[in-house]
Design a protein around this ligand. Structure first.
Ligand code: NAD
Ligand code: IPM
Ligand code: MN
Length: 343
């Protein structure tokens, strides 16, 4: 039976992860889950975001289910870099998979787009780009202060995530991959991405390809989201684009993600796209659907396709029965989803 590690984290993380666990227990009784106390509280207590001993323990699991990290009482970056990105990088989770679909029952903000007409997946590069941490700062707090943030792009890193995008496209009906970058300005990295994309495309004559600059893609994602099937892009562009995709498909409370190490050398990690939402934390009103759909991605990755399909169908039933805009209670949604998943 699968052994998963659970990192609930901060803010609404524990609230939504509790519902995801409820649903996991319902569809896969006997799944072994170990909770790890990581996040703001631990950092305040010990000064550590993710000790190496815990990282080693996490490495021994089949997958990680994560809620959200980040808290207003902790300086920005300490937990985001020291915990979340440390996990993504240490476990070489280079495919950051972020699907978006407009579900029946969900009132998207775009009247002209009907449910079923948006079903896209962003394959976001997960271990490089501007997230690599290269750069530096000089003359802090003086008028001469300078800060640089460098984007790291390796042929190896870029090509493998592009390959993953093409492989996913081949398993989908439309078989289309859109490369999103900013090759007109970021000429060094842009050239590498374009050439790697062209090389992989040449090996996949059955896949349709297109290229868009990030600014145009952000616009088309709002005005014509149906045009996308698989989108492959770098780390930061993918971060921004997937919040837009979430907004267009009913909100950030529905958006799931997987930080995947496709070779299975390390555990993959599954987490909602959203953060710890300090503005609603503790109120019991966070939508747990994003966490529950992330658990469905986890089940799929671990080879439990049937259980994953039951969870996805449960979300479909829940959303179809919702009145858009009506208030929800996190626990009640979790109870209903667990019920639908086993009925
Ligand atoms: P956020 O996603 O936490 O919140 C943005 C807005 O969306 C807020 O108004 C929030 O209430 C709402 N929202 C988010 N999830 C929701 C849900 N499930 N149901 C209903 N509404 C929801 O983003 P932010 O405010 O920019 O960041 C807050 C903290 O979270 C920061 O510390 C940030 O670094 C961190 N963060 C962590 C992750 C992660 O752990 N994967 C992702 C994004 C942000
Ligand atoms: C996300 C988050 C993270 C990211 C942050 C918290 C490091 O915004 O998962 O989308 O930028 O990847
Ligand atoms: Mn983000």
């Amino acid at each position: 039976m699968a052994r998963i590690a659970v990192v609930a984290g901060d803010g609404i993380g524990p609230e939504v992860v509790a519902q995801a666990r409820k649903v996991l227990d319902a569809v896969l009784p006997g799944i072994e889950a170990t909770e790890y106390d990581l996040g703001a509280a631990r950092w305040h207590r010990t000064g550590e975001a993710l000790p190496d001993s815990v990282l080693d323990e996490l490495a021994g699991h089949d997958a990680i289910l994560l809620g959200a990290v980040g808290d207003p009482t902790v300086p920005p970056g300490v937990l985001e870099r020291g915990l979340l990105l440390k996990l993504r990088f240490a476990f070489d989770q280079y495919v950051n998979l972020r699907p978006s679909r407009l579900w029946p029952g969900v009132g998207g903000p775009l009247a002209a787009v009907k449910p079923g007409e948006v079903d896209l997946v962003v394959v976001r590069e997960g271990t490089e780009g501007l997230y690599a941490g290269a750069g530096g700062a000089l003359h802090r707090d003086t008028p001469a202060e300078v800060a640089t943030e460098e984007s790291l792009n390796t042929r190896h890193g870029v090509e493998r995530v592009i390959r993953d995008a093409f492989a996913r496209a081949r398993r989908r009906e439309r078989r289309k991959v859109t490369l999103v970058h900013k090759t007109n300005v970021l000429t060094h990295a842009g050239s590498l991405w374009s050439r790697a994309f062209a090389a992989v495309a040449a090996e996949h004559p059955d896949v349709t390809t297109e290229y868009q600059h990030i600014d145009a893609a952000a616009m088309f994602l709002v005005t014509n989201p149906s045009r996308y099937d698989v989108v492959v892009t770098d780390n930061l562009f993918g971060d921004i684009l997937t919040d837009i995709a979430a907004a267009v498909t009913g909100g950030i409370g529905l958006a799931a993600s997987g930080c995947i190490n496709p070779e299975g050398r390390y555990p993959s990690m599954f987490e909602p796209v959203h953060g710890s939402a300090p503005d609603i934390a503790g109120k019991g009103v966070a939508d747990p659907v994003a966490a529950v759909l992330s658990a469905a991605l986890l089940l799929d990755q671990l080879g439990h396709a049937d259980a994953a399909a039951r969870v996805t169908a449960a979300v479909g039933a829940e959303l179809a029965a919702r009145t858009p805009g009506a208030p929800l209670r996190t626990e009640e949604v979790g109870d209903r989803l667990a019920g639908y998943a086993v009925s």
